[in-house]
Design a protein around this ligand. Structure first.
Ligand SMILES: O=P(O)(O)OC[C@@H](O)[C@@H](O)c1c[nH]c2ccccc12
Length: 263
């Protein structure tokens, strides 16, 4: 359950010599009734874990593409409870681990204990809570560990070294290495020093290190994942899924499969 399922999914990919690929999608964008099929498509295309966003009215770290997806999902009535209910309905047929990306407010108003128990019940394996600083995480960690849920921590290029060490040492499932200063969204250029930053993180983290924010093309997937264990792609996947360009999504995901290209 939970953390172990995530660990096993990464181990399988990395032992093969491939890089991990975590696509982000917004739950309820395109209708919650299509979530199952969307996740199945991502799994069939070669995703390692799916990061599922819960729409929220005040998404402080989201860039424009994800904000709009959130507004579409809210407009068609998507709620945290509805997403959890939906996940429970096809729990048995799902093998890819699910990580929920949600702001803390939603968890807090749901009730931390109730939320964690419900996550386990519906087959959620881990959580990303981007607005929960390290100093506050004691509010959730005892409950999450008791339920076997992984808390995936984020570091950014602006985090001081001592902070990076602590966060990287305590993360579960994987370490989310934010590649840029700013919000989510595709970018054409990366900041200087990114390869050193990603390679350094490997020293501090026993969990896989994945780079996210601004990754959108197969070339970027190949480049960034060569410095770490894999990538997270959000905005580009959200945009392509909404416009039905699934072949392009598969190509982006396939770029992480390096073992097949090295002969
Ligand atoms: O969209 P991008 O630039 O590809 O970045 C991934 C990101 O969207 C996804 O992981 C995410 C969506 N909302 C977030 C909020 C905080 C951290 C991460 C996220």
């Amino acid at each position: 359950m939970g953390k172990e399922r995530i660990d096993a999914a990464f181990a399988k990919v990395l032992e093969k010599g491939d890089k991990a690929f975590v696509p982000y999608i917004m739950a309820g964008d395109g209708g919650l009734e299509n979530l199952r099929e969307q996740v199945q498509f991502l799994e069939d295309s070669g995703a390692t874990v799916v990061e599922l966003g819960i729409p929220f009215s005040d998404p402080v770290a989201d860039g424009p593409v994800i904000q709009e997806a959130g507004l579409r999902a809210l407009a068609n009535g998507t709620t945290l409870d509805g997403v959890l209910q939906n996940l429970s309905e096809w729990k048995e047929s799902r093998s890819i681990p699910i990580v929920l990306m949600t702001y803390f407010n939603l968890i807090f108003s749901y009730g931390i204990e109730h939320f964690a128990a419900r996550c386990v019940e519906v087959g959620v394996d881990g959580l990303i809570i981007p607005d929960m600083p390290m100093e506050e995480e004691d509010m959730v960690t005892p409950t999450f560990s008791e339920h076997g849920l992984a808390l995936i921590r984020l570091v950014s290029p602006t985090s001081p070294k001592s902070r990076i060490e602590k966060i990287a040492g305590s993360t579960e499932g994987f370490l989310y290495a934010v590649t840029v200063k700013g919000t989510t969204g595709a970018r054409s250029k990366y900041e200087e020093g990114l390869s050193d930053y990603l390679q350094d993180l490997k020293q501090f983290s026993s969990a896989p290190v994945l780079a996210g924010f601004g990754v959108s093309s197969p070339e970027q997937v190949r480049e960034l994942s060569s410095y770490c264990d894999g990538v997270i792609v959000g905005s580009k996947i959200v945009e392509l899924l909404a416009s039905g360009k699934r072949q392009e999504i598969s190509e982006i995901i396939q770029a992480a499969k390096v073992s097949e290209t090295i002969i």
